[in-house]
Every structure is written in structure tokens, then in C-alpha cells.
Design a protein around this ligand. Sequence first.
Ligand SMILES: *Cc1c(COP(=O)(O)O)cnc(C)c1O
Length: 378
Amino acid sequence: MKNPMIMTPGPTTIHESVRRAMSKEITNPDLDLTFYEFYKETCEKFKQVFHTEHDVLILNGEGILGLEASCASLIEPGDRVLCIDNGIFGHGFANFAKIYGADVTYYKSDYKKAVSSDELELFLKSNHNYKIATLVHCETPSGITNPVELICPILKKYGIITVVDSVSALGGEEVMADKWGMDIVLAGSQKCLSAAPGLTILSISDTAWNKIYNRIMPIIGFYCNLSIWKDWYVKKLFPYTQPISCIYGLREAVERLICDEDVLHRHKTIASATRHSLINSGLKLYALDGYSNTVTTVMVPEETSYDKIFTSMVKDHNIMIGGAFDYLKGKVFRIGHMGENCREERVYMTLKALDCVLRKNGVQLTNELHKEFVQLVG
Ligand SMILES: *Cc1c(COP(=O)(O)O)cnc(C)c1O
């Protein structure tokens, strides 16, 4: 049987042109100078997506590598780090900071809502002695997007270096790294960029580089040390052999993204139509505000269970939706409408199947999910 359609919040569907690019004949990426140019051009294209004039790096490991590498490279033992925590990833970021000796303060806020920039500003007025702050752009498990455009400028005002996990947002939500004062922005190949899992893409400001180069304690480790990338282009020397086929795919994916002028608008429209079709049919969303444009998290109705929904979606309809982990395990299901998944046809098919599965499991829907969606998406 054909693989299921993966309507999960990453990995997402990969376009055929990206798959083809990955199967291109390779060269020796260490020795062939044309590959250094190709790689540099790929970084330049990402600068347009991050909206930055600073450096972009591509690291050879999936999204989590970016979180750990930022902590390993920036944090010196004893550095005070503010971890903004309104969800599983926001909370978890602190664990990486602690590995590298950070003195962590959690700024905890309601897990069902976006972080309020006003409340954070109030907190910072009397507590701003931090070198670094970590925050998550889109909390993928709960389907909440934080207002990084308001939060980062406030942190900058206090001279705090900002590290933003935008793994499930970049490509589906607007990112203005330089304008908003985001020092490190992290993205992953397998979410809104719809390339194969395996790469982290990050933008890094001069302020962040200065902190890295002016450390007293040396950076622990090699793979997570961002300074090993210094002058790679000038010296024509990568710190290690690049996964050339993944980068061929990523290049095609970022070109598709840049050409797609409607992409952010489409994410908004489809996310909104998805949410309202669910709500209008009697289902409940997990979040109370800050709804993500890339993923929607839905409460499992009490008549059924997550396992039943997941299994029947795959077995009867060949569509895979996501669940969640940690405190949300079994309580919610998630539709990932990001990147290549963010197409009306795909979301329509998913909601049609979901409508059928929920009814079969005794959930009394007040409307037909897919028909509501069609009306709303306009
Ligand atoms: C997916 C994701 C990551 C990377 O985690 P994976 O191990 O690739 O799933 C990091 N942060 C966020 C917010 C994510 O959604």
C-alpha cells in the first residue's frame, strides 16, 4: 500500500521536485569548489526567509541540534539565562541550557495562551539581569504561536541575547530576524520547509558571534560548537563533510518557498478555516489564544480516544495525523497544516476523513468538518 499522507506537524509532505533534487548525482563536497558556491547561495536564499543580513548556517542534524548548539556555544558556566516557558518546548529548552552550566530562571506563563509581552515587560522591569533568553516561536504540541515580534525587542532593550526556536514556524509564520532583534533563529528542514529531516538552519547576529568569540571558558564539544564554522567560505573548508544530498533537497525547498508569494497568507487562511470548521462542528481546541498558523491542536472528544482516532485515520483513510507527548499525551490530536501540507486539497481530505472517523466513534458532530472548511476557506 502507498505510504500514508502525513498531515503531522513534521515531518511534512515532501514535494516531488525536492525528492528529485535529493537523488541528483553527487560531487565530493569537500574538494569541489562549485559546492562551496552552491552552499553559500543556499545560505543567501535563507537570509531572505529569515529577513537577516547576518550569517546563516546549516547544521547537519535535525532541529534539536540547533537548540543544543546555541546553548553550547553561547552559555558559559554561571551565565544567567531566562527561559520563557509556556509549553513543552519552552520548558525543555532550559534542560539544554543547564547542560552547559546556565543559571536558569523560568519565566512561566499559562500553557494554554501565548506569552503576553506586556506581562513579560513588567517582569523584566525589576528582573533583567540575564545574558541570554530562550523562547519558542510556535509551541508545536499546543498549537500556540508566541508574539516574537513584540517579545524580542523588549528583551533587546535590556541587552539580552535572544535565541528563538522557530523550528515549526519559519516558512509558515513571518520572521524578521534583524528588525525584531532576534539574535539566533532556529529552523528545521522537516517542518514548514518540507525538506527531508536531518538539517538545522539558523541565523546568527553579530551580537551572538561576539558573545561566542569573547568567551573565557572554551566551548565544550565539537559538533555543537558554532565557532568551527568561522571562515568556512574564505578558507574553502567545511568543519566536516556535508550531507550533500540533503542540502540539494533543502536548496530546492527554499527556492520553492521564496517563489511562493502567497505562502504566509495561505497558512493564515487555511489555519483559520481549519480551526473554525472544528469549532463550528462542536470540537474544542486546546489553546485559548495565540492560535498557530502551522498546526492545530484539538481536544480528543470524550466519546473516543486518541488511539482509536489515529488508528482509524491510517487504516481506513491512509492519512496520518499527530498526537502529542508529555502532559498532552492521549488528550489531544494535531493537524499539521504547514509547508507542503498547507494545501486546501490536503486539509480537505484530512477533515473529510476525520469527520467520518469521529462519527464512527460516536462523536456527534454538529456540522460536516470538510464542508465547513470549504465554505470558510472561500
Ligand atoms: C519539531 C520541533 C523541534 C525539533 O524536534 P524534533 O526532534 O525534530 O521533533 C524543536 N522545536 C520545536 C518547537 C519543534 O516543533
